[in-house]
Design a protein around this ligand. Structure first.
Ligand code: NI
Length: 154
């Protein structure tokens, strides 16, 4: 396993549309392991493949409730509204209050290629939306006004 370099905002790879994963190859499995290692090394709660330079629909999350792997994830349902502080490993030192769906239902494949349905609220719901946005080339700073960004270690 290896800690990968986290790509910072301004790099075009963060804006490219990602490709769906069609097969869980050894290379994909290894990438997932490296993404977890990188996320934990950077004290993050989520990491998407474009952030390590890979334009594929893969993300990892751990908000303190255990590791979750998302392959080809999709929000299939959402309810309510929640505003809370958010940061991103690709935008170090910056945070903002971001409005998100309070509850989401996400369909994805897990690391074994099995279909999973994740129902979440709170921090996990926020992390799911943040990481899925990354897979569509969207950063949290796109969702707010620039003047709402403040200094913080998120
Ligand atoms: Ni992020």
């Amino acid at each position: 396993m290896a800690v990968l370099k986290v790509i910072k905002a301004g790099d075009p790879v963060l804006r490219q549309p990602t490709q769906p994963v069609t097969r869980i190859t050894k290379r994909v499995s290894r990438l997932i392991q490296d993404m977890f290692e990188t996320m934990y090394a950077e004290d993050g709660v989520g990491l998407a493949a474009p952030q390590v330079g890979v334009s594929k629909k893969i993300a990892v999350i751990d908000v303190g409730e255990g590791p979750i792997t998302l392959i080809n994830p999709k929000v299939i349902n959402g309810f309510g509204e929640d505003i809370d502080v958010e940061g991103c490993l690709s935008i170090p030192g910056k945070q903002a209050y971001v409005k998100r769906l309070a509850q989401v239902k996400v369909e994805a494949l897990n690391e074994k290629g099995r279909s999973v349905l994740i129902e979440a609220e709170g921090m996990l719901a926020r992390a799911l939306q943040h990481e899925i946005d990354h897979l569509n080339g969207i950063l949290f700073t796109d969702l707010i006004d620039e003047k709402e960004i403040f200094e913080g270690d998120g």
